[in-house]
Design a protein around this ligand. Structure first.
Ligand code: AHR
Length: 500
């Protein structure tokens, strides 16, 4: 019997809804086919956006969407993607598959997509190959109200009203695909470029995100903060966020990441153990940030995370299309629990990527669409959005293979806006179920509603069988005063909404 302790009297911080954010890049079939099919498509759409996908994402509770990349962002010239579609510049997407990018999805389309989704906007600017003027004009084009060259151009292109840019990324992976820079060089560019990311709208400050590290590159975090911090006494209006990218891949080398569907128990546990590494990354990058920003003003923005496997056989290697199993559901559950537990520093996180790319929540094929196990996890976790993190602890034992041990259970708990306590608990064991005895300090429990996602570790949804993995009501919970007793099945993600 494992004990889960929850202390509803001890709130540890606010969970930003954006912790459950998403990312969409001009990569493979994410934007084109996945989200946008154009007004003339036979696939039902509204202003070119797929109705089925938009409907599913709204139901899931998407809080924010990042666009246009990724590596694509530092090669993207936004003026190529505005004006009449017939005259938009065609280019080669050199990063991703060498396909023709016709720019039919640009700024107006992104803003329209976010309007339909009802989510916040996170636009990523181009530092690697773009000019300061270009970035400055883009912000003006999107947000300036009144008479100005860019606001006039926006009106000419059919949108007199300005939009809201909630988050703006000043470059992406500038240590790599975004220009191969050193932290000091980028830090100086950040100081310069961000100056022209102006706040044109009173009361709507753009949240500026500085390019942070890849995985455990603490040298980058240190170098960038050292180069920038003297300028910004309190970072206010200068740097709101610092990003971090970390992908889980179960291979020993990047060239052989392993298959999304064909894996054994060793690989399964290795994937989960590598996922748990996220905790150390947040702690260690956070410790460096604490030296420069002890008040935790700057958010750590994990704007790329998720599994990265070898592409599905027969698909374009540049399209990064992979299937998604119960293993991925656990990766999502673990990461989201970690972000919750570090909500004092982690202010946004964006899984890569929304549709048809890497750990997607949705896969499409022509007019067909499936929700992946990862989709269901986000849906189950949505009550954590805007909730207050509660102190919790679970007794665990080490399980897994010789060389990669993981805890059998992983949890986070919050007090939701609906007044209920939300427990999300993952059972990492591929084979064992566990009895749980949950204790809630000085709290009378009036009722509980449970939802579970469970299945054999390879279980996944296909276009032929889109509901093979689905959530079910979990009502085998016994209430006894201040506690709950239940058994969590092997390889599962559980959500309990506890009425107090
Ligand atoms: O998500 C795929 C790619 O991974 C992104 O374009 C890049 O930022 C990262 O290396």
């Amino acid at each position: 019997m494992a004990k889960l302790y929850v202390n509803p009297k001890h709130q540890l911080g606010h969970i930003n809804p954006e912790i459950q954010g998403h990312f969409s890049e001009h990569l493979g079939r994410c934007i084109y086919e996945g989200l946008y099919v154009g007004e003339n498509s036979e696939i039902p759409n509204t202003n070119g956006m797929r109705n089925d996908v938009v409907g599913a994402l709204k139901e899931m509770g998407i809080p924010v969407l990042r666009w246009p990349g990724g590596c694509f962002a530092d090669e993207y010239h936004w003026k190529d993607g505005i004006g009449p579609k017939e005259t938009r510049k065609k280019m080669i997407n050199t990063h991703w598959g060498g396909v023709v990018e016709d720019n039919s999805f640009g700024t107006h389309e992104f803003m329209e997509l976010c309007r339909q989704l009802g989510c916040k906007t996170y636009v990523n600017g181009n530092v690697g190959s773009g000019t300061v003027q270009e970035m400055s004009e883009w912000v003006e084009y999107m947000t300036f109200e009144g008479v100005s060259p860019m606001a006039d151009l926006r009106a000419q292109n059919g949108h007199p009203e300005s939009w809201t840019v909630d988050y703006f990324g000043v470059g992406n992976e500038n240590w790599g695909c975004g220009g191969n820079m050193t932290p000091e060089y980028y830090g100086n560019l950040y100081r310069r470029y961000q100056t022209y990311v102006r706040n044109y709208k009173k009361g709507q400050e753009i949240y500026k995100i500085c390019c942070g590290a890849n995985v455990s590159d603490y040298h980058w975090t240190e170098g960038v903060l050292k180069t920038t911090h003297d300028h910004a006494e309190h970072f206010h209006g200068f740097m709101n966020g610092l990003s971090l990218h970390y992908y889980t891949h179960p291979g020993d080398v990047w060239e052989n990441k392993g298959s999304a569907l064909d894996f054994d128990e060793d690989k399964y546990y290795k994937t989960l153990s590598k996922t748990l590494y996220m905790e150390e990354l947040i702690r260690r990058h956070g410790a460096i940030m604490d030296q420069y920003d002890p008040d935790k003003f700057i958010g750590l923005i994990v704007d790329e995370w998720g599994t990265w496997y070898d592409v599905e056989p027969g698909t374009n290697p540049g399209f990064l299309y992979q299937q998604n199993t119960m293993r991925d559901a656990l990766v999502a559950g673990i990461n989201l629990n970690i972000f919750n537990k570090h909500c004092d520093r982690v202010k946004m996180a964006n899984i890569a990527q929304l549709v048809n790319v890497l750990q997607a929540v949705i896969l499409t094929e022509g007019e067909k669409m499936v929700k992946t196990p990862t989709y269901h996890v986000f849906h189950m976790y949505k009550d954590h959005q805007d909730a207050e993190l509660l102190e919790s602890y679970i007794e665990t034992q080490k399980i897994g293979g010789e060389n990669c041990k993981v805890p059998n259970l992983h949890e986070s708990v919050s007090l939701g806006r609906d007044g209920r306590i939300h427990v999300t608990l993952n059972n990492l064991s591929a084979t064992e179920s566990y009895e749980i005895d949950a204790v809630f300090t000085e709290t009378e429990i009036k009722g509980v509603e449970g939802t579970i996602l469970t299945g054999e570790m390879h279980a996944h949804n296909t276009f032929e069988d889109p509901n093979a993995v689905h959530t079910e009501k979990f009502d085998k919970v016994e209430i006894n005063g201040q506690g709950l007793k239940f058994t969590i099945p092997a390889c599962s993600v559980l959500h309990l909404a506890v009425e107090i």
